[in-house]
Design a binder for this molecule. Sequence first.
Ligand code: GUE
Length: 297
Amino acid sequence: MTEIIDGNAVASEIREELTGAIETLADAGARPGLATVLMGDDPASQTYVNMKQRDCEEVGIESVHVDVEGDAPPSALYETIGNLNEDPAVHGYIVQAPVPDHVDYREVIRRVDPAKDVDGFHPENVGRLVAGDARFRPCTPHGVQKLLESADVDIEGKDVTIVGRSDIVGKPLANLLIQKAEDGNATVTVCHSRTDDLGEKTRNADIVVAAVGVPELIDGSMISEDTVVIDVGVNRVEADTEKGYELVGDVDFESTEERASAITPVPGGVGPMTRAMLLYNTVKAASLQEEIDVSLP
Ligand SMILES: Nc1nc(=O)c2c([nH]1)NC[C@@H]1CN(c3ccc(C(=O)N[C@@H](CCC(=O)O)C(=O)O)cc3)C=[N+]21
């Protein structure tokens, strides 16, 4: 029987485990605060912001949202960033990607105080992660690690094929999984659009992580029996539904499910974990800034 890994359930457990740490901080007068910044009106980002607001309410994190007009100059966004860096009630914040074309996202990230960079995208935090001394693990890679752990998948010595080399998922996840650590010690292959024989790399893996943002790129013919498949893709494809779209992963679930030993669904797999690990990083940021020790899940 193929195990369907329930990301909603694992995320909910993590949120529950975080509430203790949040109360400890709040009792000391330091309730954790998370801000989100959205420049423009990317609809996927808008949904994500709304869901995060609800997550924060559930666990007792103070949440703030700042909208910046899509046609404003970059300086308008920089001003918001400067204000958040100075605001002691905001322990962490994220600037939603993508930003409009006339804004350079790299420059945006460089301006975020690394101590408040709960996405883990600032060069200082990227460097620390690669050096094996992560402060904030990027939320999606961290969520993938927690999902593997929850399904009792020991990755030590295993062949993991990651499909996708993004700065947000593929690259940091590869770095985490090869680290000399209890949740590392894997042998990792990173594939991308120029990989010669993708199917060969995925068929040779014990664990496949699909993170390319191409709907249903990976199908059952590319997966060997008893492989663990983690689907990071959350693609909106046009469909005859109330919303006009449906969510589809990077994995063709039907053909893959038959062969995999365990698989994450979309929705309800990695997506909720990304949000849970953002809360985790916010609590960690508050704990570091307020110099109050808490235990984290
Ligand atoms: N600076 C920045 N950091 C991000 O982490 C970031 C970003 N920008 N821009 C947008 C993407 C997208 N993203 C998602 C996170 C969770 C779900 C999620 O929870 N999805 C649910 C359902 C979603 C639904 O129902 O629409 C699921 O998969 O079950 C989706 C998408 C984070 N992103």
